[in-house]
Design a protein. Structure first.
Lengths: 366, 263
């Protein structure tokens, strides 16, 4: 090889690197544009007679589960994909994983269209549906991993490395010989999550991974997900109802409701919505129709008109006081209430997903 | 290929874990064989042969028929029914596996399991307790091949019924009907020779006889010419291929419906 060649190949590599860099800039891992999914659902009638007539009914209505959403997700991101029940989260995930075919719009994961290349797509992604398991119910845990190893064509060396890593993270070894159906929900979810990372996928979809888990297992789960994301640079799409998950894991969140994107951006901005807000649930003695107004007046008198406290009666005998801590500290409000009213029970809760969505609707992020 | 072998192995292991259940299957089979023995004994009380079969041939046909019945019962349709109904089918759709081949692999795993735990004891029972005499002939050699093709045909029928679940939420009735039709019209219960000639002629053109009657004929009447057997195997192959294509087309259509209409 003479000098010319060396120089030549050097330039080639430079330009290639530049090309990759450039492509990386314009091509994101997941590209979704104007995606929609409409279902036609039979309008069912009531009762036995109705059921009979439904057999011959052509009375369909269209439900727009996903209605024109667009976003891009880059490699290595952890994105929280959140919204209330029925917002269209699962439908979007099902389209991204290639189970459902979109009614309109484009969707590309790593340059491939999922529904048209289901098997190729499956090879580069991992999926955890919190309500289901990908493990073999009747077999010992390790057997499921061995089967997945073959299904994803993972070689022995990589497999051993991965199992070693999982073992360090979640102490998997002691569960190896246990039948999957005898695992606790938390253990099973940990196994499911590690299994979804087994073949080193580019993207992992976690659909409600912490559903039904207690606080300590949740914390463990979050640290495992975070660790795997950092070690492998795996892109993670997380849907959850638990805002704690989102707070702990995501830099970016996408909020959807009724099939459309409500917010897509940095979590810090949204953090102010659920990070700063706390709801006090109060059971006030001698509760009557005018209690809410009395509270409202008392707050205005004490903290001024800009107190940032919302009051609502939710359940019987319970009054919800939602406090914007940026304006009025929780401790002050609690102190004030305890000294002014006779309260028989108090609970402090974090703001719910539904409330965040409502606040976004109300223009809190504008 | 290796991935499907891993699935075969997994299914086989599940069978091993639930080995207790097989004890009951074997016990049930012993009782059935006993009943069949005395039933056919009394039918043959006054004659040496009926419809060209001796008692030994008939009992071998019926006894092995029951063994094959257990062998081919891999519950693919029941399994698919529950997976589709509770939505776990999604877990297969997100894996890099072909759904049809996946279920074929699980079915084959169960088949191997059934061979080990149920069929071998049944054959031993037939040989040493009921003292059935096998006739030696070329058919015995071709029997395993014929049985393997019979497995494929039986699987495709099960799989076809399983795919119906994508449309109708429960196929309990359809599955049961299919089981009864297959066992009765295939010779699984009564040798086809005992059916009226007109019905035999019709059955000849249906796939069911290729599941039980063909392999069982090879065992019970193995002393025929090679050509006869090869022709029988050819017909089996034709059915296997036809049903394979039918299930493929049906699958493509069914999965399209699921993807458009939602799961």
């Amino acid at each position: 090889m003479d000098l010319d060649d060396i120089e030549h190949s050097f330039y080639n590599r430079q330009s290639l690197l530049f090309l990759f860099y450039f492509l990386g800039k314009i091509m994101s891992l997941i590209h979704i544009e104007n995606l929609s999914k409409h279902f036609s659902i039979l309008n069912r009638r009531e009762g036995l007679g109705g059921a009979f007539r439904d057999l011959f009914s052509g009375d369909y209505r269209t439900v727009k589960a996903v209605d024109g959403i667009s976003f891009d997700i880059d490699a290595g991101e952890i994105v929280g994909y959140i919204g209330p029940n029925g917002a269209g989260k699962s439908t979007t995930i099902k389209m991204m994983t290639g189970i459902l075919k979109p009614s309109g719009g484009t969707i590309e994961v790593n340059g491939i269209t999922p529904y048209a290349n289901r098997i190729r797509q499956a090879q580069i992604m991992g999926v955890v549906f919190g309500q289901r398991t990908q493990l073999w119910w009747d077999l010992p845990v390790i057997e499921s991993f061995k089967i997945l190893k073959e299904i994803y064509k993972v070689d022995q060396k990589t497999f051993d490395e991965h199992m070693g890593l999982f073992n360090d993270l979640v102490d998997l070894k002691k569960l190896y010989t246990q039948q999957v159906r005898t695992l606790s929900l938390g253990q099973r979810m940990l196994c499911d999550i590690t299994a979804s990372f087994l073949h080193n996928p580019q993207v992992v979809f976690l659909d409600e991974p912490t559903i039904g888990l207690d606080i300590s297992v949740k914390a463990k789960m979050r640290s495992v997900i975070k660790e795997l994301n950092q070690v492998r640079n795996t892109t993670i799409i997380l849907t959850t109802h638990d805002l704690g998950d989102v707070e702990a894991l995501c830099q970016r969140i996408i909020i959807i409701d009724k099939g459309s994107v409500l917010y897509d951006g940095d979590i810090k901005k949204v953090n102010s919505l659920f990070g700063a807000y706390r709801t006090l649930k109060l059971q006030i003695d001698g509760y009557n129709d005018s209690t809410l107004q009395t509270l409202q007046d008392a707050f205005t008198q004490k903290f001024g008109p800009e107190h940032g406290i919302a009051i609502a009666a939710t359940e019987e005998f319970w009054t919800d006081v939602t406090i914007d801590q940026a304006r009025t500290p929780l401790a002050d409000v609690l102190n004030f209430i305890m000294t002014t009213f006779t309260v028989s029970d108090v609970r402090i809760v974090e703001i719910s997903m539904e409330n965040v969505v409502r606040k976004v609707y109300d223009g809190a992020l504008k | 290929m290796r991935k499907y072998l891993a699935i075969v192995r997994g299914t086989y292991m599940i069978g091993m874990i639930y080995r207790l259940g097989f004890l009951f299957t074997i016990a049930g089979n012993v009782i059935y064989l006993g009943v069949a023995y005395y039933l056919w004994k009394s039918i043959f009380k006054n004659s040496e042969t009926l419809r060209g079969l001796t008692f030994d041939q008939t009992f071998l046909y019926v006894g092995l028929g029951s063994a094959i019945f257990i062998l081919l019962k891999t519950y693919t349709d029941w399994f698919m029914n529950s997976e589709i109904r509770d939505g776990s089918i999604a877990m297969y759709l997100v894996k890099p596996v072909d759904i049809g081949t996946y279920f074929l692999a699980t079915s084959f795993g169960s088949l191997l399991m059934n061979i080990t735990i149920v069929s071998i004891p049944t054959i031993l029972l037939l040989l040493f307790v009921f003292k059935v005499k096998f006739i030696i002939g070329i058919g015995l050699l071709l029997f395993p091949i014929s049985l393997l093709i019979a497995f494929f045909i039986s699987f495709f029928l099960d799989y076809f019924v399983g795919l119906v679940c994508f449309y109708s939420e429960s196929v309990w009735g359809l599955s049961t009907t299919k089981d009864i039709i297959v066992t009765l019209l295939s010779g699984g219960l009564i040798p086809l020779q005992f059916f009226p000639t007109a019905l035999q002629n019709i059955l000849h053109w249906l796939p069911f006889q290729a599941i039980y009657h063909t392999p069982l004929t090879m065992i019970t009447q193995p002393d025929q010419s090679v050509d006869v057997f090869l022709q029988m195997i050819f017909i089996q192959l034709v059915w296997a291929v036809l049903l394979f294509m039918a299930t493929r087309l049906f699958y493509i259509q069914a999965i399209k419906t699921v993807r458009v209409a939602g799961g």
